[in-house]
Design a protein around this ligand. Structure first.
Ligand code: PLP
Length: 498
């Protein structure tokens, strides 16, 4: 599949926003103002990504996979852009409700759901009976029925086809996630006795690029064939031709649309993916002699595509250590702030955005915001006591100095969401820029207006937050511990002020 050409980047809504497209001076100023590590999320870019998805899939229901970024700044923007929400836990459902998603735009996907999640979701369903619950096991259906749930259900299927950027994100062939493909039709039929079965669902995996498109097409085609067997068993020549037809509203073929992390990777040609999806679906129905107008809609649930290139992680250099084999550049963000590199060996672009001597010159693979310094190979590492806590190895960067701000790009998806307090490190802050339709909240610069200034949307955690659960439990030792939080107003460390 040929991707859009670089010229497309000049259009008003380019298929990707590269790290080089962010204003370096603005990023450096945000780091100074809000300290580091700091996530920056651009609501305008989120809105643009939603618009491209809606344009590419005009007839499909586009459901944002909330797990990619659960912040209210993003959820409100996505809600106002007209997408639905796919939630993977009771907590995500709660956040989506808070952002204003109505029940008919809420889908809860129960993956081996803990009892507490089911209790919570079923309680919420009583208030919002249009919520749909996607279940990947008969056992889950039984547990829902035990709780008195008899509402809208979608059955998740293991289609036996997977795809994605890393083995750890491929789901489509793993028994964990759905009911086996061969048994799916029976599970759906039996479920109609107890629930309002409205759809079937499958998700191949995350980070599908042009190479994974064939797998995606195959998944769609298998799901189309299954849907055909359910809605019109008598069509074609099937063993279960005498089964009762089932009215389904939709076939959800999952998310997984990839974004380019490397500058030389072309962006996904989304319209081509959408065409391939539609075509595979319609062909599957036609092959089964089922009318395309059988009332079946397509649904997709992208997460990464909505937020990845809308986010950047800013971090400050605190240590520069020349070693025989490389120069180690220690920064104040670590794998606890952005886990993707340690978990998936993922690549993220890095740029030195410190404003002094900023030239913005692009020297091939080095974006040279520090025109006064020659690129040297550096290994950028975090403060976590793990060898995996590395953002890049031997990558050429304009020689960083202590105090410089580095920007780590394409960090909006699965960035803050996977952050942890490992090594007792507080999680970073997040600031939103742009408006993105989220006009109900003001900004730090203009609290009452829709002025696109920066807004602190997730406060930086403190050491007091890290120890809070132990203190709350009253456990001996911490119960007596004073809040180790810094006095109010003391927001900068001595070194940051240098
Ligand atoms: N839907 C389901 C069921 C998922 O598990 C995921 C990701 O794990 C997604 C959608 C979103 O995937 P992506 O962010 O790659 O679009």
């Amino acid at each position: 599949m040929s991707g859009p050409t670089p010229e497309d980047a000049s259009s008003s809504n380019p298929p990707v926003r590269r790290l080089a497209d962010w204003d370096a001076d603005r990023l450096a100023a945000l780091a100074d103002r809000y300290e580091t590590p700091l996530y920056v999320i651009d609501r305008d870019r989120v809105r643009e990504n939603c618009a491209r998805l809606r344009d590419a899939f005009p007839d499909a229901d586009v459901r944002y996979a909330v797990k990619a970024h659960t912040g209210q700044s993003v959820l409100r923007t996505v809600e106002r852009a007209g997408l639905a929400a796919e939630c993977a836990s009771a907590g995500e459902l709660e956040r989506a409700l808070a952002a204003g998603f109505s029940g008919d735009r809420l889908h809860y996907t129960a993956v081996n759901p803990p009892a507490r999640d089911l209790d919570h979701v079923v309680d919420r369903w009583r208030e919002h009976p249009e919520i749909t619950i996607t279940a990947g096991a008969v056992d889950t259906l039984d547990r829902l029925a035990d709780r008195g749930f008899d509402g809208r259900v979608c059955i998740r299927v293991t289609p036996g086809v997977d795809a994605g950027h890393h083995e750890k994100v491929r789901t489509g062939a793993h028994a964990k996630f759905g009911v086996p493909y061969d048994r799916a039709a029976n599970v759906v039929r039996e479920a109609t006795d107890r629930f309002d079965v409205v759809g079937i669902h499958a998700h191949a995996g995350s980070g599908i690029d042009a190479d994974g498109l064939d797998r995606h097409r195959e998944l769609v085609s298998r799901m189309g064939a299954l849907a055909a067997a359910l809605v019109d068993p008598a069509a074609g020549d099937r063993e279960d031709a005498d089964a009762d037809p089932i009215t389904l509203e939709y076939v959800d073929v999952g998310g997984g649309f990839g974004v380019p992390y490397r500058d030389d990777e072309p962006p996904l040609d989304l319209p081509a993916v959408a065409d391939a999806t539609r075509e595979a679906f319609e062909t599957a129905l036609e092959d089964a002699d089922v009318d395309r107008d059988a009332g079946l809609d397509l649904a997709v649930e992208p997460g990464r595509y909505v937020v990845a290139d809308a986010g950047v992680l800013l971090t400050r250099v605190n240590t520069v250590k020349p070693a025989p084999e490389t120069t180690v550049v220690g920064v104040d963000a670590g794998m606890t702030d952005l886990l993707r590199l340690a978990m998936y060996d993922a690549f993220h672009p890095i740029r030195n955005v410190s404003s002094a001597s900023h030239s913005g010159e692009n020297r091939g693979d080095v974006i040279d915001d520090r025109g006064d310094r020659d690129p040297i190979p550096v290994t950028v590492t975090g403060p976590i006591c793990e060898t995996a806590d590395v953002f890049c190895e031997d990558r050429p960067l304009p020689a960083p100095e202590r105090g410089d701000v580095l920007a780590i790009g394409i960090a909006g998806a699965y960035g803050y969401e996977m952050a942890s307090q490992y090594n007792s490190r507080p999680r970073p802050a997040e600031v939103a820029v742009g408006v993105g339709g989220d006009t109900t909240t003001g900004t730090d610069e203009s609290p009452d207006a829709a002025d696109p200034g920066p807004t602190l949307v997730r406060d930086r955690e403190t050491i007091a937050d890290v120890t809070a659960v132990e203190r709350r439990a009253g456990y001996e030792g911490f119960a007596a511990l004073e809040d180790p939080v810094r006095p109010a107003g003391d927001v900068s460390s001595t070194e940051d002020a240098e």
